[in-house]
Design a binder for this molecule. Structure first.
Ligand SMILES: C[S@@+](CC[C@H](N)C(=O)[O-])C[C@H]1O[C@@H](n2cnc3c(N)ncnc32)[C@H](O)[C@@H]1O
Length: 216
């Protein structure tokens, strides 16, 4: 089964258009004077390029070298600059409170629940107080829920689809509330599309790290 690194050698997986939730988030980032943004699991770079064009200081982290190489070439073609690093999203190689915002589209559920909790802890660590994060989670309404080996409740080594062979954790609203209990949840959107008769279903969750200074 192909890894994401292998998938990025094929053009169809090197998505170019930014996700609508990221585009919709930009006015909020501006209103909050956000400057430094982390794209966690930046893939082939569509959000890195988009956010740099929009004037942000962008940092991308991904495990897949081919995605990072494509992003580097894309940035160079457009004479744009961003900081790109290879690594695991559970160990974000940046200091505490470094980012004004984190975005992570279609990434953080590639973990067990404990792994997902670890990533959420890392996002909290690297966000500044009052910083925001836009994160996708898999919903159980998606067509691949329950396909593959269930390695723990609601986590499957998916057996179908392009990214088969890696863990997919599926969440519901109750779990999302618990997962982000240390944040303020600003918005949860259920996003669904039918493709070739199959329902893709994700939550796009906007959270904010508590600003203890402001509370005093
Ligand atoms: C579906 S792609 C999404 C890419 C990008 N966020 C986008 O929306 O275009 C999933 C990405 O997550 C990355 N990824 C998955 N698990 C990861 C991990 N544990 N650490 C770093 N990157 C990971 C993959 O390499 C891949 O680039």
């Amino acid at each position: 089964m192909p890894t994401w690194n292998e998938l990025f050698t094929q053009k169809e997986f090197r998505w170019e258009e930014p996700h609508a939730a990221v585009v919709a988030c930009v006015p909020l980032l501006r209103a909050r004077h956000a400057r430094r943004v982390l794209d966690l699991g930046s893939g082939a770079g569509r959000h890195v390029v988009y956010l740099v064009r929009e004037g942000f200081e962008v940092h991308g982290l991904d495990a897949a070298e081919n995605g990072l190489a494509h992003t580097r070439a894309w940035l160079a073609r457009e004479q744009l600059a961003a900081e790109l690093k290879q690594g695991d999203i559970a160990h974000i190689p940046y200091p505490d409170q470094f980012f004004d915002a984190v975005i992570s589209i279609f990434v953080i559920y590639h973990k067990t629940l404990a792994g997902l909790q670890e990533v959420v802890g890392e996002i909290e660590r690297v966000l500044k107080p009052g910083g925001v994060a836009l994160l996708s989670l898999q919903s159980k309404r998606g067509y691949r829920y329950r396909y593959g080996e269930e390695i723990e409740p609601d986590t499957f080594i998916t057996s179908i689809g392009a990214d088969a062979g890696v863990p997919h954790h599926y969440s519901d609203l109750a779990e999302i509330e618990k997962l982000f209990a240390r944040f303020a949840i600003r918005r949860i959107e259920l996003e669904e599309q039918i493709e070739k008769g199959n329902r893709h279903s994700h939550y796009q969750v906007l959270i904010e790290k508590e600003n203890k200074e402001e509370k005093r």
